[in-house]
Design a binder for this molecule. Sequence first.
Ligand code: UDX
Length: 446
Amino acid sequence: MAPRITVIGTGYLGATHAAAMADLGFEVLGLDVVPEKIEMLSRGRASIYEPGLEELLARHVQGVEGSSGRLRFTTSYAEVAEFGDIHFVCVHTPQRHGEYACDMSYVDAVIETLAPLLTRPALVVGKSTVPVGSADRLAARLAELAPVGAEAELAWNPEFLREGFAVQDTLHPDRIVAGLRSERAEQLLRTVYAQPIGEGSPFVVTDFATAELVKTAANSFLATKISFINAMAEVCEAADGDVVKLAEAIGHDERIGSKFLRAGIGFGGGCLPKDIRAFMARAGELGASQALTFLREVDSINMRRRGHMVELTRDAVGGTLLGRRVAVLGATFKPDSDDVRDSPALNVAGQLHLQGAQVTVYDPKGMDNARAIFPTLRYASGALEAVRGADVVLHLTEWREFRELDPERLAEEVAVRHILDGRNALDPAVWRKAGWTFRALGRPTA
Ligand code: UDX
């Protein structure tokens, strides 16, 4: 009989994983401790914006008309423990306030709550991003607390999905990494990731520590690549070079590759910034901090980008931000997401506001989340409204909607035709032709 699956935590990762598992034909029970999330999910609605997710939920959530009925949600750990053969742990591990290390309390709470309820054989599979050594510690705790003893086992199976592509990345992962300690665990996980998910995806079996490290190493590499190109953007600006051409040219070298070489205001979100910091903190605890000192530089190059964008804006409006009207297009940390966690766009908007500018923000999906964090900013209901009367327009998240804006039409709304592209996603020639002063990070001024 096919194993029954539970998914604990229903954020970007958990909600998508639960829906994907149901889509593969498994019976799935999702758990979250936030009743509002469960209430929404139980109606086939997602509490987050992720392309394709609601469609997938509606296809499987029990009670939704025409659904397979394979997916249900609950707030009860007892129900989860009773139901599942495999329990996926998908809760978040945010950065601790004022520290580099991540907060493991949510993962710890899952094990502490679930384990004492495990009275039948179960595989607990960690998917959250955790400091290396956590799985080993959690496995010991599981063995200590589970009434079923050794029949409750842990595996570590990091997740690499990107927001905005969560459904696609979950159903067609580049690779599956599994930190395993027994053949039974391997067999169960291989069953879960059998066709079509595993089709063409390498299945890499490792020990616990390596599985945990694969995730943080991958994110550190990606962050480094972005900061590398942003460092090149700084040099290009000093030397009047063009970082977009430079990235295109070096990207043709297959050893370098063209992806993740978009210079701009840098990386944000709930993963890359906190993962590299948590990695440095953990390396320090392990006595290996020297190995990761470069990540400190990666982080500071990244944070410098935001300050630089603020400076460019100040220059653009004549040297002082006081009372200047700034239109900000984009609030989320990347397009196709409603996530504003550590968003460079929102951070820049906030800094401008604090320095006295009148900032009006528009984002296609991130408005509610942005408002919750920065209620004092002005919010517009569309790009045209946002730029009305603006002394300068900032393009800070590269939504398709912004790339398709008509510069001629926008020109009718603004006070001054001045645009700064913080994502190198707009075509300078088109904007300049429409009479705009166009400035982009790491590119020649004209
Ligand atoms: C990342 C990893 O890509 C994913 O594998 C992991 O599971 C979670 O963390 P995500 O946070 O969704 O995913 O976003 P990602 O697409 O990696 O982008 C992160 C940030 O980098 C965004 O703010 C994006 O705008 C920025 N970025 C990305 C750049 O500034 N330049 C680039 O070339 C690429």
